[in-house]
Design a protein around this ligand. Sequence first.
Ligand code: SF4
Length: 224
Amino acid sequence: MDNNRILTDFWNLLNITSDYLKTGDKEEHSGLTISTDSLEKIAEEISVCTKCKLCETRNKTVPGSGSVNPALMIIGEAPGADEDKSGLPFVGRAGQYMDKWMDAISLEREKHLFLTNIIKCRPPGNRDPHPDEMAACLPFLQRQINIIKPAIILSVGRISSQVLTGKNEGIGRLRGKVYKYRGASLIPTYHPSGVLRNPEEYRKPVWEDLKQVKVCLDNINLNE
Ligand code: SF4
């Protein structure tokens, strides 16, 4: 299936299935609607989720982890083998490499970041997630974003960047700009696993993107 078709199918699935857009429980208090949703509740729901067929092959679900009030939210595509084993995001070689990127802009994983993926269960053999799987899983991410309210999101890799920008272009064309997603500044860049495979080509643009993240962080600090 080509990329155009995958993204079109994905948006169609998302648009026609209103249940997918559920954004967590709410309660009425003296006429005010207060959300009772939480990251723990979302993680519990994910742990027993059977909304797509990835539940049949996963070992552990990977809801995401990190600070509840992060300076930066990082969103990748899907868990890999190490993440599927541990239940934690970005713990394999690519994740360790990404920790070095964060070091370079003075951000620490537990203190400054919330890390997650579009898809919370590993696709077998690390294949691309299918449109129906992304459509089924995206509401979990949207609820996480509603709670965390990140000011800046770094999307790593083609798939997460396409889903969050809504644009069906390669990551080479998507990166280098700042977009908006649910109130956050969204900065797309290459996935660390891609950079590990081809450092000569991708290291420099990633560094440019990280500098853009730093500019956004500095602007927020200036305005606080
Ligand atoms: S990938 Fe998402 S929608 Fe599919 S089973 Fe896992 S948590 Fe549920």
